[in-house]
Write a protein of this length. Structure first.
Length: 210
């Protein structure tokens, strides 16, 4: 059976979509070249939702021949339920590799103006300059396996409104610099735990120079 011109065009379009896996609103695997830009999107205030994060193993790199003191190599399993959200976070001080073992998840990165779709079998490197959040828009769960290198477990990151991610020591220095120029300052902190239950704690502090 022969196809007319319209039929051939339609068939070619369907074949192209099937082979390339193109999506209308998101781009599979990586950010398209024409969508890559610094500060393409800023932090959002979504709380963690429908996420379980389990550390399967960890190695103290300071005790290995590499002698990277204060760094820990972790291997984790993360499960994101339908509608689940991994909140905005930075990888400036925590490089990671993420393997998508099951499902499909969408990444919203600071360096890409378009959402990025990650499918089962893909690996996403997360390095210095990467800030992002993730969401499972699908009907099934997403399973990720994550290898990352972080500082010791007590060296938590604090995410402030704006584009700044500071460790506790850096935050202390930043506040001291601020109070050199202003006698008082008001600081609002919003912290969300990483246990998957979505608990958010907000505190407003009024600071005065001594």
């Amino acid at each position: 059976m022969f196809l007319d011109t319209k039929g051939r065009i339609r068939a070619a379009a369907i074949a192209f979509l099937a082979v390339t896996g193109c999506a209308i609103t998101a781009h599979a695997g990586e950010c398209p070249a024409d969508q890559r830009k610094l500060d393409a999107r800023g932090p959002v205030d979504h709380a963690v939702q429908g996420v379980s994060d389990t550390t399967l193993g960890a190695i103290d790199l300071g005790k290995e021949q590499a002698k990277i003191t204060g760094r820990e190599l972790r291997f984790r399993k993360m499960v994101i339920q339908p509608g689940g959200v991994v909140p905005w976070h930075s990888h400036d001080d925590r490089p990671a590799l993420i393997y998508v073992a099951e499902g499909e998840v969408v990444e919203y990165a600071s360096t890409c103006a378009a959402p990025i779709v990650h499918k089962a079998g893909e690996i996403r490197p997360e390095t210095h300059g990467t800030s992002h959040w993730w969401k499972n828009h699908g009907a099934g769960q997403v399973v990720l396996f994550i290898a990352d290198v972080r500082r010791d477990p007590n060296d938590h990151n604090i995410v402030l409104r704006g584009r700044t991610v500071l460790r506790e020591q850096q935050l202390s220095k930043a506040l001291r610099r601020l109070l050199r120029h202003r006698r008082t300052a008001t600081l609002t902190l919003s912290a969300t735990d990483d246990s998957g239950n979505g608990t958010t704690l907000k505190r407003t502090l009024k600071l005065k120079a001594r």
